[in-house]
Design a protein around this ligand. Structure first.
Ligand SMILES: *Cc1c(COP(=O)(O)O)cnc(C)c1O
Length: 340
């Protein structure tokens, strides 16, 4: 079966596909989970996910390769991150095998919606873990739903990689120093909506957040991690307990070293010392890499490589990672999981 969609022009929009996976946790254990055609969740009005934010999500993609098969990129890493998030919010872990099998089953059931190779599109998977049930006091839920749904999404950069300008948030933080910044939870996103809207209104593509304790070091973008490449060939990313550990970022750190011969560095990135970088970017599953043209901070725009052209090392890293994800370039061991 195949469906006809305008594959070249998919955006990032919800589309209700035929199937999603759902599992229920009750009496201390997960049920066996199943695929369903029901795209609506039926939960108690008192669910802790709704009142106290006891919820978490993940995001990963399925890729159509040249030979027509479909594959996932490092889904075990998403499973492990969801487990760490679950620990932080006192939710039950979803075992890695359950997580990966759920993702595979959703891709298989909706295979006709995996965009064709060469269109740049992918099938985006959204795993979601929420505390539900009849509890209104501030305490962890006793029942949980784990669901995985999917939708086809387009290539973020239709006309090729293009830099955009970002703005430093001087008035708002997305997370507290030892809060939930490292957990993939909706609350961090709720906190970033207002600064995000202000940034967009001022013509910037996104917000750069500084470390919430001192506001002197770059932490990350609202939904992507930051990296910079120095004149002396270092690939630098910030290290902090309030950054969400991006799987794309850790993949790039490894590729930067193994395939480009750069020195991978995780450390402080002072906002007053941007001159050391000749290129910079934001990275995450959605866009892979968004080259950063310039960063606006204290009434000045600091431009890295160029406001209009992507830097050569950023481009090479992007091509390497995307090539691996679509199966055109050999992957480091364990990075690719075939769906079939
Ligand atoms: C999901 C997310 C990222 C990107 O992580 P990837 O695993 O690379 O997709 C970065 N920052 C935040 C805040 C996120 O929620």
């Amino acid at each position: 079966m195949s469906v006809e969609l305008d594959w070249e022009n998919l955006g990032f929009e919800y589309r209700k596909l035929p199937f999603r996976y759902i599992a229920y946790y009750k009496d201390g254990k997960w049920d066996s989970g199943h695929l369903t055609e029901d795209g609506t969740l039926h939960i108690s009005e008192s669910s802790p996910a709704l009142h106290y934010g006891q919820q978490a999500f993940e995001g990963l993609k399925a890729y159509r390769t040249k030979d027509g098969s479909v594959q996932l990129f490092r889904p075990d890493q998403n499973a492990e991150r969801l487990q760490r998030t679950a620990d932080r919010l006192l939710m039950p872990q979803v075992p890695t095998e359950t997580f990966v099998e759920a993702c595979k089953s959703v891709v298989k059931a909706n295979e006709a919606y995996v965009p064709p190779y060469g269109s740049g599109g992918t099938l985006y998977l959204r795993p979601l873990l929420i505390g539900v049930g009849d509890i209104i006091g501030v305490k962890p839920a006793e029942e949980y739903i784990f669901t995985v749904f999917a939708m086809p999404v387009g290539n973020y950069f239709k006309g090729g990689l293009a830099p955009t300008n970002f703005v430093v948030s001087e008035d708002f933080d997305r997370a507290a120093p030892y809060g939930t910044g490292a957990a993939k939870v909706g609350g961090n996103y709720a906190a970033s909506l207002l600064p995000g809207e202000k940034a967009h209104g001022a013509g910037f593509s996104d917000v750069i957040y500084l470390d919430p304790a001192t506001h002197t070091k770059i932490e990350e973008v609202g939904s992507a991690n930051f990296f910079g490449i120095t004149k002396d060939n270092e690939f630098v990313t910030p290290l902090s307990p309030s950054i969400l550990p991006s799987i794309t970022k850790y993949s790039l750190l490894q590729l930067a070293e193994e395939r480009l011969g750069l020195k991978p560095v995780e450390g402080d990135v002072p906002i007053d010392d941007l001159d050391r970088f000749i290129e910079a970017g934001a990275c995450g599953t959605a866009a892979v890499i968004s080259p950063i043209g310039g960063i606006f901070y204290k009434d000045k725009l600091h431009v890295f490589y160029s406001e209009t052209e992507v830097g050569p090392l950023t481009k090479r890293l992007y091509d390497e990672l995307v090539g691996i994800q679509f199966g055109d370039i050999e992957a480091p061991e364990g990075w690719i999981v075939k769906v079939d």
